[in-house]
Design a protein. Structure first.
Length: 158
């Protein structure tokens, strides 16, 4: 697997549905693309996509919290985003707002990124377990050594 470049979510949204009510949503176009990109089987790709939906739910529920998706979830997010109309419609339907995926801003350059990475991973894992149970799939695993070059805020980047 390639080196993980961590991304985070930016959202200021009202969650209009509970995660469990739409986790059965699977877009087969996105799943097929994931299968190709990750060289995975259909069920594995569907599981990664469902874990992405869980992550997006957390991002919508905790817009002020730095959340860093695990590498496989991040790959699924990249894939979903390129289906721009589907991704936009999904966000609007379930959260009432688009959930942004963005790189760090210049103003964040002076921050201690190592500590932000640690804090973001810990917060993401804690909230995922709180909402989805202690036994998360392997898709929620983070590598022992990670790089981080993305940030988040509750404001849309200008």
């Amino acid at each position: 697997m390639k080196t993980a470049l961590m991304h985070t979510a930016t959202a200021t949204a009202v969650v209009t549905a509970d995660a469990t009510s739409f986790l059965d949503t699977v877009d087969e176009d996105v799943v097929s693309r994931l299968m190709t990109e990750l060289k995975s089987g259909r069920e594995e790709a569907r599981g990664i996509f469902r874990d992405l939906l869980k992550f997006l739910d957390l991002a919508a529920k905790y817009p002020k919290q730095l959340l860093i998706p695990p590498p496989l979830v991040d790959e699924a997010w990249h894939t979903f985003i390129i289906f721009t109309r589907k991704y936009h419609a999904y966000c609007e339907t379930h959260y009432g707002k688009y959930i942004h995926h963005r790189p760090p801003m210049q103003s964040e350059a002076s921050l201690d990124r190592s500590q932000l990475l640690i804090d973001g991973v810990e917060a993401t894992t804690r909230l995922a377990k709180q909402h989805f149970g202690d036994h998360l799939s392997d898709n929620w695993d983070y590598p022992a050594v990670m790089t981080w070059n993305c940030g988040s805020s509750t404001n849309d980047p200008d």
